[in-house]
Design a protein around this ligand. Structure first.
Ligand code: FES
Ligand code: FES
Length: 935
């Protein structure tokens, strides 16, 4: 027997052989606050304290903790110091660390939060006044893929101070935009942050269902083959196996795809395997262990085929043809002016090819779907997804159920970054649930997650860029190859964005771009924060610096000379009439350098930093990123607004909150219109039965599109209330004002409760439904206004290079962003810091390796991402160049911020040591080899 104490409660439990502590906590004690990110000891988000020591519960056997005392996230609030004072009603009885994490914006998706909080608690127990370096060292093992490191650092400092002093957690100072409105622009904490901080927030894997079956998918394992036979006999005979499905069991749609249906739900006999992650068979069993064992017993036979391992090979004559249409998913191109004329006018032309690798989202919550059959023959699907309504469509098509019989209930989502747009296990879990009439859970292992879901496109970009002697750009030609892997996923829109952004945010009279999005036998590539624009920016921003050097011009001045501005036309023919803050962003960086005494930013220096002798230098890059779907798509979102009793409001939206902070954005917009405090507004999202389709959470569109839907609905509800009161009390509607208490005019006061009761009796009632359609855009071949708006960014990055080891660190980042009006500065700050961290990962470490179609980066141990020690000092500068159509002038920021970081870093490396990095990521070996050859 095991004798343990968990959160102060003693337990005597049967000892189960081989059981992990995380399973004991989550499954036997139902303490699901402890999250599992990898199960391989690499992310540390499963950390609990065993006798006060941070311990990875996924690696620790239960038997090892016999006689010990365990603290999980659920027990932290009880350890709140006695002198801790309650600052806010909703933060009552929280530990200062929990309060600080919430109010400092350290909780985004929240999946890593339990591990972060417990590790921080252990640190403060041993060291009540830790230095920044001590915090960095203590927290380094716990990955936060949302990149909340700066906020976590500041929260730990604030909590430590509160615990040492008066119990008061100081608020975080964040950069504010305009302050001319009541709610918009005021920093607020996320409404879901408390549950995430105390461990009660439920993600899909935390849900419990009676009679639950566990699923596992047999994956092909080979990248290119024809499936010739499949023997499931041994697996069928295994006790505890309830159902095995293969392609012959598919009775309805056989393929899925968020953009194009080319991805087999299950590969059938004599059908083609196109990548290692292809699904061959599905197993549902009474336990996960049985399901895992059963897939090992299934025997497939393959006829191996040649592997198409890159997009160049895919275009070669005689290459293995992977799809009926051949290997070209799409040739994307545009042309403006006359290239020959443009290059003839140029005094200098630079020509270079740049390449970027596949990147893995590595959201901390692995994909999980639970499908539950209903008594009416329908199906409920619980899942963290970026597009719940599209999941519903795809599940209905695959199961043959009518659309209205499938209800997708989106759950808290532990990060997505584009990687949860395609279906993962949604269809497979649903098929098994329909076949067994029992609830079925399909939880990916980390390895399966890395193997299966689409990546950032590995891209090659060849550029030819010309300018006159004074630095005026005359012509640009770009040729891109995007490796879209085995299936289309979102390859067409992603590579379209890469193409349209490949000429940069500059005025160039003569432009021509060609892009080949090619099928290969690599994992599919699709949406990833930045959506093709990150790759494009690496090319053009590197080429801009190369051109500036050739012309002996200042890189910032040359960008300023050519940058888009109001009254200019983009390279795809969009005449810009408003909201182009790029010149202001460039000015902001110049000003910041001047104010901080940096007079020669591009001159290398030698500095002693944290005991290391480093060559330091600054680099610079610009970026722009479309807001919204654009290129002719109907970009719309529906919301339902309802006035509740006692001055409360409910927003219902089908849009997904995946950690980006949309909930506060919608709260603040409604609050501003209705004069109801954000705390009194609840936002219910992601339920295909109870909400209206909000469209995908992609393209940095939810602030603009769903935000506008909320604004319009709130305006309609407000008008309805004013009209009602006007008629009822015989007062001019224009004289009525709304406030936090209700409506008032002259001496008259009508409380929100009275307004509610009056409105309820009207035929229109308490609810307003609204569908907002963004302004029309045009396809690329039509040109002109292809997007509703663009965000603009400039980043300056100071790097430090260790000439002995070849190591490179981003030491300081100054990020100026024009995302239009800032709705919630706290959420904005989180997005800026998280985006910069992701950009640093792209530049300096992340490389999802695939060799001949075989995935090498199949666990976190083989895929490096930024950790706390990689955090630079980040300065955010807000440039609010408002749009007339966006809600209160907002655009979108989620993707924009990670666009300029990689080229700003590689440009800094060039200024520092003369090495032009043209393929990412930068490695120690590249730096060392260069230094050895050039010193
Ligand atoms: S280290 Fe335990 S889940 Fe990652
Ligand atoms: S908040 Fe840390 S992984 Fe999302």
């Amino acid at each position: 027997m095991l004798e343990i104490t968990v959160n102060g409660i003693p337990y005597t439990l049967e000892e189960l052989p081989g059981e992990k502590l995380s399973d004991l906590l989550r499954e036997r004690l139902h303490l699901t606050g402890t999250k599992i990110g990898c199960g391989e000891g690499r992310c540390s988000i499963c950390t609990v304290l065993v006798d006060g020591v941070p311990t990875r519960s996924c690696l620790t056997r239960s038997a090892k903790v016999n006689g010990k005392s365990i603290l999980t996230i659920e027990g932290l609030r009880a350890l709140r110091p006695q002198h801790q004072q309650d600052q806010r009603e909703d933060l009552k009885a929280l530990h200062p660390l929990q309060e600080a994490f919430i109010t400092h914006g350290a909780i985004q998706c929240g999946f890593c939060t339990p591990g972060q909080l417990l590790t921080a608690h252990a640190l403060l127990q041993n060291n009540p006044d830790p230095s920044v370096d001590e915090i960095r060292a203590a927290m380094n093992d716990v990955i936060c893929r949302c990149g909340s490191y700066e906020a976590i650092l500041s929260a730990i400092q604030a909590a430590a101070q509160a615990m040492r002093e008066d119990g008061h957690v100081r608020p975080r100072q964040v950069v504010l935009g305009a302050q001319d409105l009541t709610h918009i622009g005021k920093p607020i904490a996320r409404p879901d942050a408390v549950a995430k901080a105390i461990g009660t927030a439920k993600y899909t894997d935390d849900l419990q269902f009676e009679g639950l079956l566990y699923a596992r998918v047999l994956r092909a394992g080979v990248p290119s083959a024809i499936l010739r036979s499949l023997d499931t006999t041994k697996a069928q005979a295994l006790s505890g196996v309830v159902k095995i499905l293969t392609a012959k069991d598919l009775q309805h749609e056989r393929k899925h795809g968020v953009y194009k249906k080319d991805w087999p739900i299950l590969v059938g006999i004599d059908e083609r395997v196109r990548y290692q992650g292809d699904a061959i068979a599905l197993v549902a069993a009474e336990t996960q262990a049985i399901a895992d064992e059963a897939v090992q017993l299934i025997q497939p036979e393959y006829e191996l085929r040649p592997v198409v391992s890159n997009p160049f090979q895919a275009r070669e004559e005689g290459a293995e043809q992977l799809h009926d249409q051949g290997n070209t998913l799409k040739h994307i191109h545009f042309n403006k002016g006359d290239l020959e004329v443009g290059f003839a006018e140029a005094d200098v032309i630079v020509e270079h090819t740049f390449s970027t690798p596949f990147m893995e989202h590595l959201f901390m919550e692995p994909e999980c779907s639970i499908a539950v059959p209903g008594e009416d023959g329908g199906l409920e699907l619980f899942v963290g997804s970026q597009i719940p309504f599209d999941d519903r469509r795809q599940v209905a098509e695959a199961t043959g159920l009518p659309l209205e019989k499938v209800r997708v209930r989106g759950q808290k989502t532990g990060g997505a970054f584009g990687g949860k747009e395609d279906v993962a296990g949604q269809i497979h879990a649903s098929l098994l649930a329909v076949a067994t009439r029992r609830p079925v859970k399909l939880l990916f292992t980390r390895r399966e997650s890395m193997l299966v879901h689409p990546k950032r496109h590995a891209t090659s970009i060849k550029l030819r860029l010309g300018a006159t002697q004074d630095g005026t750009l005359t012509a640009i030609q770009t040729e891109l190859y995007g490796d879209t892997g085995a299936y289309a996923s979102l390859g067409v829109p992603v590579m379209t964005r890469a193409t349209t952004h490949s000429c940069g945010p500059y005025v160039i009279p003569h432009t021509h771009a060609d892009c080949y999005a090619m099928y290969t036998n690599n994992p599919p590539a699709g949406a990833f924060r930045g959506f093709g624009v990150v790759q494009a920016a690496f090319g053009i921003e590197s080429a801009m610096d190369m051109l500036a050097e050739e012309l002996q011009l200042d890189p910032l001045a040359m960008r300023k000379q050519n940058c888009l501005h109001i009254g200019s036309t983009t390279n795809t023919g969009h005449y810009l009439t408003e909201s182009v803050g790029l010149p202001e962003c460039l000015d902001a960086i110049s000003r910041w350098w001047a104010e901080n005494g940096i007079t020669v930013p591009f001159e290398p220096q030698t500095e002693e930093i944290r005991g290391q002798r480093l060559i330091t230098c600054w680099g610079l890059a610009c970026g722009f990123k479309n807001t919204g779907l654009g290129t002719g798509a109907d970009d719309s979102s529906g919301v339902i607004l309802k006035l509740l009793p006692a001055g409360r409001l409910q927003i219902k939206s089908g849009a997904s909150e995946v950690g980006q902070g949309m909930l506060t954005t919608l709260q603040l917009i409604a609050a501003e219109v209705m004069s109801i405090p954000p705390d009194n507004i609840n936002v219910y999202v992601m339920d295909t039965e109870r909400t209206l389709d909000g469209g995908p959470t992609t393209a940095s569109r939810q602030t603009y599109v769903t935000g506008n839907a909320v604004r319009q609905a709130a305006n309609a509800l407000r008008d309805r209330i004013l009209d009602l009161l006007s008629k009822r009390f015989g007062v001019d509607a224009a004289a009525i004002q709304l406030s936090t208490e209700g409506a008032f005019w002259a001496e008259k006061r009508v409380s929100w409760q009275e307004v509610h009761d009056l409105l309820k009796q009207t035929p229109e009632g308490l609810e307003v439904e609204c569908r907002y359609h963004a302004p029309e855009t045009f396809p690329l071949d039509v040109g002109g206004r292809i997007h509703i708006a663009y965000g603009f960014a400039v980043q300056a990055v100071k790097v430090g290079i260790n000439t002995e080891t070849g190591g490179v660190k981003a030491l300081r980042v100054v990020a100026a962003n024009d995302a239009g009006r800032i709705i919630n500065p706290l959420g904005f700050q989180s997005q800026v810091e998280g985006g910069v961290i992701m950009g640093i990962g792209h530049a300096l470490m992340e490389d999802f390796k695939v060799e001949e179609g075989v995935i090498k980066s199949d666990r976190i141990a083989r895929y490096d991402v930024p950790r706390m020690q990689d955090l630079p000092e980040i300065t955010s500068i807000i440039v609010e160049s408002k749009t007339s159509e966006g809600p209160f002038g907002a655009k979108g920021v989620g993707e924009l911020v990670c666009v300029p970081t990689p080229p700003a870093i590689t440009n800094a490396i060039y200024h520092a040591i003369g090495l032009r990095i043209d393929s990412l990521p930068v490695t120690k070996e590249k730096i060392k080899d260069w230094l050895e050859a050039h010193t």
